[in-house]
Write a protein that binds this ligand. Structure first.
Ligand code: SAM
Ligand code: SF4
Length: 321
C-alpha cells in the first residue's frame, strides 16, 4: 500500500506519455512558438512500463494516460496492452482531445482501455477553431461517436471561458444528455503558458447558466474525484471541477509521471524527482525508492491556494492536467 507523508493512501497514477499536441488550446499552450522536448529525451514505453509495474505492485489501482495529446504517441495501444495484461482489473483510462479517436478508439479498446475523457469546449466550428487554433470540431465529434460505438465509457470535459464559449454551457450539457455522456465543467486554471487575456467562469457562474433551464440537486464528490456532482430533475448527472473554491488536497490520492520521467507529487508544487536513470538501467529497487521518497515529501496542500494571484509554472501539456 502507498501512503504519503500525511497519511493519505495513494492509488492513482497519471502518466503523460507526450507533451506534444496537435491542438494549441488557448488555455494550455503558449502564444509564442516554442520547441518540444526532443523525442530521444522521452522514456520508451518499455521504460515507463517498468515503473508502472512497480507502482501497481505497490498499490496503484487506477492509471490515466494523458499528455499533451496521448494518441499522437506511436504504439500507444501496445503500452495500454502491456498494462492491461499485467493487471486486467486495473482502472485504465485516458484523456484526449478526440481528434485521432476515429482511427484509434477500436484499437485502444481492444488493448484494454476502459474509459476516456474527451475535451469538447464548443459545438460551434468557429469557436472550436478559436480555442484549439485549428479546424477540429468535425473530427472530434466523429471521434466521440466512434468511441461510443466501440463501447468505451466516456466523459466530456469543457473549460468555459468568458466571451468565448460560455454561451455554450447548456448546449454541451444537452449534447451529453442526448448521448448519455457525463459532462464535467472545469474552471479555467491560470498558468504561465496560457494566453494572457483569458478569463474563466467560476463554478458558481457555470451553475447559474444551467439553472436558467433546469432545477439542480447537489450530490457531492464521489470518492477522491475533484468533480462535484449535480443532478437534474430527469436524473442526469453532471460535474463541476472548481479548484478556485476547493483545493481537493485533503484526500488527494494521485501522483503524476511526465514523459521525460519526472514524478510529480502535486500539480501546484515545483518539486519533482526523476525516475529516468533508474528505469533506464532497469533498477526497480531504486525506482521504488524514488516513488516512496516522492510520496513521503508529497505536500499536504498545494501552493496555489495561498495566493490567488500566484499562477502555476507547470504546463498542463507537460503534466497532463
Ligand atoms: N490533450 C488532451 C486533452 O486536451 O484532453 C489531454 C491533455 S489536457 C492537458 C488534459 C485536460 O486538461 C483537458 O481536459 C483540458 O481541457 C484541461 N486543461 C488544460 N489546460 C487547462 C487550464 N488552463 N485550466 C483548466 N483545464 C485545463
Ligand atoms: Fe493539447 Fe489538450 Fe493542451 Fe488542448 S488541452 S493544447 S488538446 S494538451
Amino acid at each position: 500500500m502507498l501512503i504519503d507523508g500525511h497519511g493519505r493512501k495513494v492509488t492513482y497514477l497519471r502518466i503523460s506519455v507526450t507533451e506534444r499536441c496537435n491542438f494549441r488550446c488557448q488555455y494550455c499552450m503558449p502564444e509564442k512558438p516554442f520547441s518540444w522536448v526532443p523525442k530521444e529525451n522521452l522514456l520508451s514505453f518499455e521504460e515507463l512500463f517498468l515503473f508502472v509495474k512497480t507502482a501497481i505492485d505497490e498499490g496503484i489501482t487506477k492509471i490515466r494516460i494523458t499528455g499533451g495529446e496521448p494518441t499522437l504517441r506511436e504504439d500507444l495501444d501496445k503500452f495500454i496492452k502491456m498494462i492491461s495484461d499485467y493487471k486486467s482489473d486495473i482502472d485504465l483510462a485516458m484523456t484526449t482531445n478526440g481528434y485521432l479517436l476515429k482511427e484509434s478508439a477500436e484499437k485502444l479498446k481492444k488493448a484494454g482501455l476502459k474509459r476516456i475523457n474527451i475535451s469538447l469546449d464548443s459545438l460551434d466550428k468557429e469557436t472550436a477553431y478559436k480555442i484549439a487554433q485549428k479546424d477540429v470540431l468535425d473530427r472530434v465529434l466523429e471521434g466521440i461517436e466512434e468511441a461510443l460505438r466501440v463501447g468505451l465509457k466516456i466523459k466530456i470535459n469543457m473549460v468555459p471561458l468568458k466571451g468565448i464559449n460560455d454561451h455554450e454551457i447548456l448546449d454541451i450539457l444537452e449534447y451529453g444528455k442526448k448521448r448519455g455522456i457525463t459532462v464535467r465543467y472545469i474552471e479555467y486554471m491560470e498558468n504561465a503558458f496560457a494566453h494572457g487575456n483569458l478569463k474563466g467562469l467560476t463554478g458558481k457562474e457555470i451553475l447559474e447558466h444551467i439553472k436558467q433551464r433546469y432545477e439542480i440537486k447537489k450530490l457531492g464528490r464521489s470518492g477522491s474525484s475533484p468533480s462535484f456532482n449535480y443532478q437534474l430533475n430527469d436524473g442526469y448527472i453532471f460535474g463541476i471541477i472548481d479548484p478556485h473554491k476547493h483545493d481537493f488536497c485533503e484526500d488527494c490520492n494521485r501522483i503524476r509521471l511526465t514523459a521525460e520521467g519526472y514524478l510529480i507529487p502535486c500539480l501546484y508544487f515545483d518539486e519533482a524527482m526523476s525516475i529516468k536513470e533508474a528505469v533506464q538501467k532497469g533498477d526497480i529497487k531504486e525506482a521504488t525508492e524514488i516513488l516512496k521518497t516522492v510520496l513521503k515529501n508529497k505536500p499536504e496542500k498545494n501552493r496555489w491556494g495561498h495566493d490567488q494571484n500566484e499562477i502555476s509554472n507547470r504546463a498542463f501539456y507537460e503534466t497532463g492536467g
